[in-house]
Ligand binder design. Structure first.
Ligand SMILES: Nc1ncnc2c1ncn2[C@@H]1O[C@H](COP(=O)(O)OP(=O)(O)OP(=O)(O)O)[C@@H](O)[C@H]1O
Ligand SMILES: [Mg+2]
Length: 335
């Protein structure tokens, strides 16, 4: 397979991992450009963690190949390990130590002198908004602080490739935003990030390309725009002044655009998924027609917007089911 000159941080072909009868990863092909955030999006049990573990050399594939910066993850596992970091892998964060003590200890273990280790620890704690908590034992950290110190530890030595396996699962919106800022900062330093997530908005926020995986297979891959475009022209969201006029508005949109109209929980709002028929016209043409027809029918519209399909709609269209699956989320511990 190609080397680093291909500009790919990760390249896999037909990657397979089975656990007994379960084909956890069932022939995955990935091409992750260096220097970007690549999102692997999928529901519980899709095979995200298993894929990441094979790429990080923690699990041996049962079939196919994977190269990281041109190195085979099986035959050249040592060379791969020298260039990657997995949140949690080196971060044997000790609950009884403080944030500072943990990072300094890690720095020493990685071979840094005392002064350099302290300097880098202070820099990371500052960058991750943990300066105030630096002297507290990690067992007293909140979930968001804990996640941040885990990521800080995983980038003590700036890795060329960082695996972040569901970095924000279970975090509140503020902590998620902090982790997102950290990811952006890490990438700005030149690190490639492979991010797994169950959150469509997270992939949308951070990743330049996204692979959607379901039951061990890549079911779609591309830029956000490509994924959304493959699903439909977009959606029109509107709010009518009077809830009593909503059925009429829905009827007009169905009739004139052939749109799939869904009422929102809000009684004055509705969403119309625009059709993709060849003669339907562009999304903006359809939207213009909708406004004219609604006005002609006497519907007073207070709010009208045209948007690309959400990633939720993408997932539904690709898999025929939504992103919530029957199984309970597992308590995933990054290895
Ligand atoms: N060590 C294991 N032994 C047996 N089965 C496993 C093992 N690890 C994973 N599996 C199974 O492989 C499939 C994929 O699991 P994986 O953990 O890769 O999914 P995931 O996409 O990371 O899910 P989640 O979002 O819940 O973390 C699941 O059916 C899971 O039960
Ligand atoms: Mg997982």
């Amino acid at each position: 397979m190609s080397t680093q000159t291909s500009g790919l941080a990760i390249e896999t072909a037909g990657l397979v991992k089975t656990f007994g009868e379960t084909r956890a990863v069932d022939g995955v092909d990935l091409a992750v450009p260096a220097g970007t955030v690549y999102g692997v999006l999928g529901p519980n049990g899709a095979g995200k963690t298993t894929t990441v573990k094979m790429l990080a050399t923690l699990l041996r594939p049962d079939g196919g190949e994977a190269h990281v910066f041109g190195h085979d993850v099986v035959r050249e596992a040592d060379r791969v390990r020298g260039r990657v970091s997995l949140t949690g892998q080196y971060a044997s964060v000790d609950e009884d130590l403080t944030g500072t003590e943990n990072l300094v200890l890690l720095g020493r273990l990685l071979g840094h002198g005392k002064k350099a280790a302290r300097g880098r620890a202070a820099q990371l704690l500052e960058a991750f908004g943990l300066t105030e908590a630096a002297g507290k034992q990690v067992k007293h950290y909140s979930g968001g602080m804990r996640r941040r110190i885990d990521i800080a530890a995983s980038i003590f030595n700036t890795p060329e490739l960082l695996f972040l396996d569901e970095p924000t699962t279970g975090l509140d919106p503020r902590s998620r935003n902090q982790v997102w800022d950290i990811v952006r900062a890490v990438v700005a330093q030149g690190t490639t990030v492979l991010l797994t997530t169950q959150y469509l908005d997270e992939a949308d926020q951070l990743a330049s390309r996204i692979a959607v995986i379901d039951q061990g297979r890549v079911i779609a891959e591309g830029t956000k725009g490509e994924l959304k475009a493959s699903v439909g022209a977009g959606s029109v969201h509107l709010r009518v002044r009077d809830a009593a006029q909503r059925p009429l508005a829905a009827d007009v949109l169905r009739r004139t655009l052939g749109a799939d109209v869904q009422p929102d929980p809000d009684p004055v709002a509705l969403t119309a998924r625009l059709g993709t028929a060849a003669d339907a016209g562009t999304a903006s043409e359809q939207a213009a027609r909708a406004l004219t027809e609604l006005a002609g029918a006497g519907v007073t519209v207070d709010d009208f917007s045209l948007g690309q399909p959400s990633l939720d709609e993408v997932f539904l269209a690709l898999t025929g089911h939504d992103t919530r699956t029957a199984d309970d989320p597992k308590d995933e511990v990054a290895a």
